[in-house]
Write a new protein. Structure first.
Length: 453
């Protein structure tokens, strides 16, 4: 019997294959924007009503979908494209006279800036809809930040922005340290995404100098406040070294039952460099270890990544101990003698443990919350889950290339937040719309039988 593999309920390839007008139609028909439209209409009450609110709102969404860097660019496209005007909701009988003026868009966007709370409600509503449509949405999360240059030449033209710096460091073969520095003036996007579907779950816009490490806990709390069932569904969260801290690991696991899969900075590299400077033998790839039980004589050691080793009491040969899993009731990692676990020869096996089963070592997470996490860093599971972090990079790439943040004219934190939230709700609306279109018999059936002649 042939095995047919069921496809994911959502794939970005499905959206990318749609035509331009189809993508806009998908967004307009899916967007849960009724409350926002009503709020904008209440704001306009008693004022000039030359252009329909809903048509202007739809045209703003079209500007996001089609990557228009400015209102003038969007207006030119509306004047040229009658089909686009009609899809947005402008009166087709008026022709290009139906296109709002530059001042009309300025007033509309000024009103939209005051409606950030309503726009955020749309974002959270789409997240909840995805949670119901996708049973595994939110199980595997990842977080990362992205620098966004502002459209300004300095602090005087954008006082909300500042300088951001990212440093990359390492150790050369000769033991000396190297460092690469990246700088930009503007803002920083902090993004939590689902790694399976590459869709945003939470976001924040901050000044460029804001620390990644300090933003993780508040973002998870904010997601919990708006989407408690989604965060309860989360199993793990992956992140790069910028989020590495005892506090983040402890908060994720102790407060939210989310296993942290956060890369670790080498805080022992100074020790490696000092050995080189003293003329001691060894390469830059040498593993530096410390005693697991420094208060007594023992042969168990660990490195800065949490790998556990034992030294043979007879030959002093170092071997990596066998990881046996995480014991949640003890909040500890379990390791076993490699000779007993793998059946390899060891001269000091009897001396180390004479019971035949091999020595067992349990390491409580409290020993070092940075190094020891519920998923051992040396395990295949940790490596597999950490690879999922690249989903954030792909979402960031879409933010730049698909939604126009690589070439923009945005100044000010409020405008940047609104523009980013519009991009993200468009992204989510495309996903929800595409999933809805594939529901029913098309989504659930593995094989569609041909109709009888």
């Amino acid at each position: 019997m042939a095995i047919v593999r069921q496809q994911n309920l959502f794939s970005w390839q499905d959206v990318e294959e749609l035509g331009d007008l189809e993508r806009l139609k998908l967004v307009i028909e899916t967007m849960p924007d009724r409350e926002l439209i009503q709020a904008l209409e209440r704001r306009r009450k008693g004022k000039r009503d030359d252009y329909p609110i809903i048509a202007m709102w739809n045209s703003v969404l079209a500007g996001v979908v089609y990557q228009h860097p400015s209102i003038e660019s969007l207006r030119r496209e509306l004047q040229r494209n009658g089909q686009l005007r009609q899809m947005c909701g402008f009166n087709p009988l008026l022709g290009i006279k139906a296109v709002p003026s530059k001042d009309a868009y300025h007033r509309f966007l000024k009103g939209l800036l005051s409606m950030q709370e309503e726009v955020d409600k749309i974002f959270h509503g789409l997240i909840e809809e995805l949670r119901e449509l996708l049973p595994d949405f939110g199980e595997h999360l990842a977080v990362d930040s992205k620098g966004i240059d502002t459209y300004a030449r300095g602090h005087s033209s954008d006082p909300d922005a500042d300088w951001g710096v990212k440093r990359y460091q390492g150790v050369r073969e000769d033991g000396s340290l190297w460092e690469k520095v990246k700088k930009w003036f503007g803002y920083k996007l902090h993004l939590i995404v689902d790694t399976s579907y590459e869709l945003p779950v939470g976001y924040r816009i901050t000044r460029a100098s804001t620390s990644d490490m300090a933003e993780l806990a508040p973002m998870i709390k904010e997601s919990k406040d708006h989407h408690s069932e989604l965060i309860e569904r989360a199993r793990d969260l992956s992140a790069d070294k910028g989020y590495d801290s005892r506090e983040n690991n402890a908060t994720l696991w102790d407060d939210y039952d989310i296993k942290p899969v956060i890369d670790i900075r080498d805080m022992w590299k100074e020790e490696k460099r000092d050995r080189k400077l003293k003329g001691e033998k060894g390469s830059s790839k040498e593993i530096i270890t410390r005693s697991l039980y420094p208060d007594r004589v023992d042969n168990i050691v660990y490195d800065y990544k949490g790998s556990i080793y034992c030294h043979c009491p007879a030959s002093d040969q170092r071997k990596k101990m066998a990881y046996q899993g995480f014991e949640k009731d003890r909040n500890s990692l379990k390791y076993r003698c490699p000779a007993a676990a793998y059946g390899i020869e060891c001269q000091g096996k009897q001396e180390c443990s004479g019971n035949g089963y091999g020595r067992i070592v349990r390491i409580p997470l409290e020993l070092d919350r940075r190094i020891f996490t519920p998923i051992a860093r040396s395990s295949y599971a940790w490596e597999r889950l950490y690879k999922g972090r690249t989903a954030v990079e792909r979402v960031n790439s879409r933010v730049d290339n698909v939604f126009g943040f690589e070439n923009h004219f945005i100044r000010g934190k409020a405008k940047m937040t609104l523009r980013m939230s519009l991009a993200l709700i468009v992204m989510l609306s495309m996903a929800v719309g595409r999933i809805r279109q594939k529901q029913g018999e098309k989504m659930r059936s593995l094989v569609q039988l041909p109709r009888a002649a």
